[in-house]
Write a protein that binds this ligand. Structure first.
Ligand code: NOJ
Ligand code: CA
Length: 701
């Protein structure tokens, strides 16, 4: 087991009092507790006023981040509104440990935090006991509610959680509309006072299934920037048995309140004592780069539940996939242009083998695609029956011969009951055919009918899937799942999710994908975990195929390479068709070489909605890879290579936007050159509008 708490003094928990906690009981019975971060930049204040109303507030270097914000619950069973509390006891501890992720952006992660644990009881008549645990890190805070074992409450139902995030100003906010079924919206940037989620969500026509939240609501991770330069991110960690938290917006007082995804009868969560909620998280810094390098969400998740993780290996893959999206072939067999046929899949296997890829994803291999979409039908796929032109036995042998694996595709079309019934058989079928990775999909309305993608039932399904897949030593990449909350620490075989608008939306008929969106994703969606963004599209005019719509990929060529660095994932697809790579093999070399697992990561430059430049050190080597992207605005950047080992010489290969490159007018223009660099090199780089750059760096021997 790699994910572990080290032993010895490092892991020691020390009970502290005075140094960390200020505890006062002033006049009028008000109680106030304060706790600071290890570096003392953050101060958490928890208050219980004379009426018993509980609130918390957060300051960063003396500036208000979260103003007093109330906490409370409504229970549907036992029926009770809990909004006033009595403090029974409190404890402060500190912890400083390190642990090694199975895969990731860095080899080792430090978890240094101070903790405040409050034992509370309802004073409104129910006597329900609720505990509250705060952890204050240098880069933010997390807090969760805990329901201890108690005589008067065993099974219980959450009707509502009232967790407020009362912001100190009308911050610039990067948001997508609150929706219980999809997170595939394009990011909007407005002040909090300008958030109009319903209008934006109703105008959206690229998304298959929506459940727009009434009123005004947004999704997390929610990224903000204050007028005086504070970067603030609200999300949650360790969502394992609870619904997704969305946020209702009070645009006049700049306040967000938790809005939990309901089940078909309007309940939010069914729990049993003892149990806990996910952590509510707030990241803060005056440097945007700290938000991207934060490991707080991972630190708030449980260590790996998989003891032997040897079989979990990052994967690079291509797929019989984009050709269906652009209309060259189809998923279904009946319409006569079936892409997943034996001969075509062999071509992909050849390509993967030739270029050292691990896998070939094959979509549309199995019966059911004739009526998979939009019918809310329970039995569509059985996950084990190939179409007649897909010779699975021959392809299994062929792939094995060529040293690559076929990646399974389980599109459920939202019929999750059907998938769960067949899952053992489906995973066994994969093992029998030498497959160890699956892409799952949840396009459509969920069955059990009335459930949402973001509800507690589906949260549990995603965890069950990761657990069951682990039993079969299978790695999972989930599409249309709820957005991640760091659970990949606990289930490191759940590699990545889509759970946002990815590269495939370049083909969407209306709004598609913007360069700006891609500079926001690392500050929002990726805060919770890796994304299957599917970079590496090399052919930008998509109406070259049979499609009537004139969709284009909004990018430059160099930027498609940069995305392998700026969108971290242990699983990366080269999204395009082999024939589209053929004319650009020199550029493709970067995709061939780019690693998926890292010993170190340096965020060099970052501003949400504008630009991101990241350097990463390949696991187990002295090689570095750098990627940078910009929004619709061309920018000049200087890359300081002071992260390299002093006194050593490195060979760098540069993939830069050409001098006239532009995502709209000249996207293919790219300069490739080799140069020698050292830790003292400062390299000026120009990023074209909608463009970027990539650099691979190898130690000279
Ligand atoms: C949506 C997924 O995001 C996409 O990648 C996949 O090809 C289709 N569903 C079909 O399952
Ligand atoms: Ca999708």
């Amino acid at each position: 087991m790699i994910d572990h708490l080290p032993t010895g003094s490092d892991a020691m928990k020390i009970s502290l009092t005075i140094a960390l906690l200020v505890f006062t009981v002033p006049l009028f019975g008000q109680q106030s507790l304060q706790l600071q971060s290890p570096d003392k930049d953050l101060t958490l204040t928890v208050e219980l006023d004379a009426e018993g109303t509980l609130s918390y507030a957060l300051d960063f270097k003396g500036r208000s981040v979260v103003q007093p914000s109330a906490l409370g619950f409504e229970f549907n069973r036992p029926e009770a509104a809990v909004s006033t509390f009595q403090l029974l006891d409190s404890e402060v501890t500190t912890s400083n440990t390190t642990w090694k992720p199975v895969w990731g952006e860095v080899a080792e992660i430090q978890d240094h935090h101070n903790e405040l644990f409050l034992e509370l009881t309802d004073t409104g008549g129910s006597d329900i006991r609720i505990d509250l645990r705060f952890r204050v890190f240098d880069d933010g805070i997390g807090f969760r509610f805990e329901f201890p074992e108690q005589e008067s409450m065993h099974h219980f139902i959450i009707g509502n959680e009232f967790t407020e995030f009362n912001m100190a100003g009308d911050h610039k906010t990067f948001w997508i509309p609150g929706d219980y079924d999809t997170n595939e919206y394009l990011y909007e940037t407005t002040p909090i006072s300008g958030i109009n989620s319903m209008e934006v969500a109703q105008a959206e026509s690229d998304i298959a299934v929506q459940a727009i939240i009434e009123g005004n609501a947004v999704q997390t991770p929610l990224m903000m920037k204050s007028n005086d330069g504070l970067y603030i991110n609200i999300h949650e960690a360790a969502l394992v048995n609870y619904p997704v938290m969305h946020l209702d917006v009070d645009s006049r007082s700049f306040k967000f309140t938790s809005n939990l995804t309901p089940d078909p009868v309007g309940n939010k969560a069914y729990l049993e004592t003892p149990s806990v909620t996910p952590w509510r998280t707030i990241l803060v810094s005056d440097d945007a780069r700290d938000i991207l390098s934060s490991k707080m969400i991972l630190n708030l998740n449980e260590p790996s539940k998989i003891d032997d993780t040897e079989w979990i290996e990052p994967q690079k893959f291509i797929g019989v996939w984009w050709e269906m999206h652009v209309g060259k072939g189809t998923w279904d067999f009946a319409s006569g242009n079936h892409a997943a046929n034996t001969e075509n899949v062999k071509k992909y296997i050849d390509f993967a083998s030739e270029h050292g890829f691990d896998g070939v994803l094959v979509e549309g291999w199995n019966e059911g695609w004739e009526d998979w979409f939009g019918n809310w039908k329970e039995d569509v796929f059985d996950f084990v029956t190939p179409y007649p032109d897909y010779d699975i036995e021959a392809l299994t042998d062929y792939a094995e011969e060529k040293g690559v694996r076929i990646i399974m595709h389980h599109e459920t079309s939202g019929s999750v009951t059907n998938y769960e019934r067949r899952m053992d058989e489906a995973f066994q079928f994969m093992k029998d055919h030498n497959m160890n990775a699956v892409k799952t999909g949840y396009v459509g309305r969920i069955i059990p009918r009335g459930e949402h993608h973001d509800g507690q039932w589906m949260t549990r399904h995603f965890i069950r899937t990761a657990e069951k897949a682990a039993e079969y030593q299978i790695m999972v990449n989930s599409h249309e799942s709820s957005r991640p909350t760091g659970v990949h620490r606990t289930w490191p075989n759940w590699f990545a999710s889509e759970a946002a608008r990815g590269n495939e939306f370049n083909n969407a008929p209306k709004y598609g994908m913007t360069p700006e969106h891609q500079t926001i994703l690392p500050f929002t969606r990726l805060i919770g975990g890796p994304m299957d963004f599917t970079p590496g599209l090399f052919r930008f005019t998509l109406n070259d195929y049979v499609r009537e719509r004139s969709t284009v990929v909004r990018t430059t060529m160099a930027k498609q390479l940069a995305l392998y660095i700026t969108m971290y994932s242990p699983l990366q697809m080269a999204g395009d068709l082999p024939e589209n790579y053929a004319p650009y093999m020199e550029a493709f070399e970067f995709i061939e070489r780019v690693p998926l697992d890292w010993d170190d990561t340096k965020i060099l430059l970052a501003e949400p909605g504008e630009y991101i430049v990241i350097a990463r050190k390949e696991k187990g080597t002295e090689n570095w890879f750098v990627g940078g992207i910009t929004d619709e605005i061309a920018r000049d950047a200087t890359i300081d290579f002071n992260f390299l080992t002093p006194g050593k010489t490195y060979n760098a290969r540069l993939y830069l936007d050409g001098s006239n490159a532009d995502w709209k007018t000249n996207p293919y223009s790219m300069i490739m050159q080799s140069t020698k660099i050292t830790s003292e090199t400062e390299l000026p780089v120009r990023l074209a509008a909608g463009g970027g750059f990539a650099i691979s760096i190898e130690l000279e021997d």
